[in-house]
Design a protein around this ligand. Structure first.
Ligand SMILES: C=C(O[C@@H]1C=C(C(=O)O)C=C[C@H]1O)C(=O)O
Length: 264
């Protein structure tokens, strides 16, 4: 059984369902959790193949090889990676920002948006914020995944979609995660083929995916889920590759910190 690192969130539900429906899981077990947990399993050598945050891939190119063609991307709004501020406040004025602990790429992207696009210079703390409390304590907060979908529904809060701002700023798609292996990526060409089939399946079965997301209690209306699953893309082609390069170059220009760290 090949154990494959997978992000266990709503954003990858279409891919998971596609893999299941097209025989992509024969001989394969998907393992993982939040992006940082999946990153850690691949980096520790516990797994040979998996989805990895673009930012973690960049920092570990000596150990990881990209399995090209696929990952997690958006060309414009992504809906589930966003900065939220209390209504009436602006990101430019934000002095304290909570960064979701589990998503390395979105950290960098939030900082690019705050510092380079908005001209802010806030103090950051890496936390595991749930929308409700984070905004009581910080001027702005990064939310990723289902917490971001929840934050969109909070009253008194404005949200800024990081994929959308990135698209306006860089004129390129954003790549949040890539597939990578620890050994020769040629061994995993079969996996790219299976992902390709799964992605095709998901595109043709949007209703089923939305229904399953609702069944799992996703915090969004069927209309929002439909929009969300068409915003999230799994192909990483030439333009996405350009977006990835640009993101990595931009994030290299950010200072190293210091960051505070508090627990939820
Ligand atoms: C936007 C998404 O991308 C996620 C964000 C990641 C990150 O910021 O490091 C990593 C993996 C993705 O799961 C999403 O999946 O919801």
């Amino acid at each position: 059984m090949l154990r494959v690192g997978f992000v266990d969130g709503l954003s990858c539900l279409p891919l998971r369902m596609g893999l299941q429906a097209t025989g992509g899981l024969d001989g394969v077990e998907l393992v993982g959790g939040a992006p940082d947990e999946t990153d850690a399993m691949l980096l520790s050598g516990e797994l040979e193949l998996g989805l990895v945050s673009s930012a973690s891939w960049e920092g570990n190119r000596d150990r990881l090889w990209r399995v090209p063609g696929y990952g997690i991307a958006s060309d414009g709004p992504v809906m589930d990676a966003l900065l939220a501020v209390r209504r009436g406040r602006s990101l430019r004025e934000a002095r304290s920002v909570a960064l979701a602990s589990e998503a390395a790429t979105s950290h960098g992207l939030a900082r690019v948006v705050l510092e380079r696009v908005c001209g802010a210079s806030p103090r950051y703390e890496v936390v595991s914020p749930r929308p409700g409390w984070a905004l009581a304590e910080y001027d702005a907060a990064l939310f990723v995944g289902e917490a971001a979908l929840e934050a969109r529904r909070l009253g008194g809060v404005d949200t800024v979609d990081l994929g959308e701002v990135w698209r306006e700023y860089a004129s390129l798609p954003m790549v949040y995660a890539v597939w990578a292996s620890r050994g020769d990526p040629a061994r995993y060409g079969f996996w790219a083929d299976r992902v390709a089939l799964a992605v095709g399946w998901a595109e043709l079965h949007a209703d089923e995916v939305v229904e399953e997301a609702r069944r799992r209690g996703a915090p969004a209306t069927p209309e929002d889920l439909r929009e969300y699953f068409s915003a999230i893309g799994y192909r990483v082609g030439l333009r996405e590759g350009e977006g990835l390069k640009r993101y990595l170059a931009e994030s290299r220009l950010l200072s190293a910190g210091p960051f505070g760290r508090v627990s939820a």
